[in-house]
Design a protein around this ligand. Structure first.
Ligand SMILES: [Zn+2]
Length: 117
């Protein structure tokens, strides 16, 4: 389980756990969406099994976003002890935009691992 979390974070192939899933990580500041390899460069495992396979990853992404927002809210309200929720809300909104690229990448990997475990 610990290794799986690490592999998901690094973005290795769910089949052999050696090849990389993404060619480019992309990033908010580079204004680039992450690009995937079609197949694993090591074991030839096909990542997108069928067209639309990754639609389900949106649910994973959604859950991640909600989880991160709740975590951030708890953290920020603890650290800053604001009585004003609006400031916290703004900070979370900014953080979520930055995290959206990360979420997109990680949710696809989690989605593939869900069917492999
Ligand atoms: Zn592989």
């Amino acid at each position: 389980m610990e290794n799986t979390v690490k592999n998901i974070y690094i973005g290795t192939c769910p089949n052999c756990r050696k090849g990389k899933v993404f060619k480019e990580k992309g990033g908010f500041f580079k204004l680039k969406l992450p690009k995937m390899h079609e197949k694993c460069t090591v074991c030839d495992y096909k990542f997108e099994k069928e067209p639309g396979y990754f639609y389900g990853a949106m649910y994973v992404s959604y859950m991640l976003t909600v989880g991160e927002a709740i975590g951030l809210y708890l953290l920020l309200s603890y650290v800053f002890q604001f009585g004003d929720n609006f400031q916290i809300f703004l900070m979370i909104a900014v953080a979520m935009i930055g995290l959206s690229f990360f979420n997109m990448r990680i949710s696809r990997i989690i989605w593939m691992y869900l069917f492999k475990i």
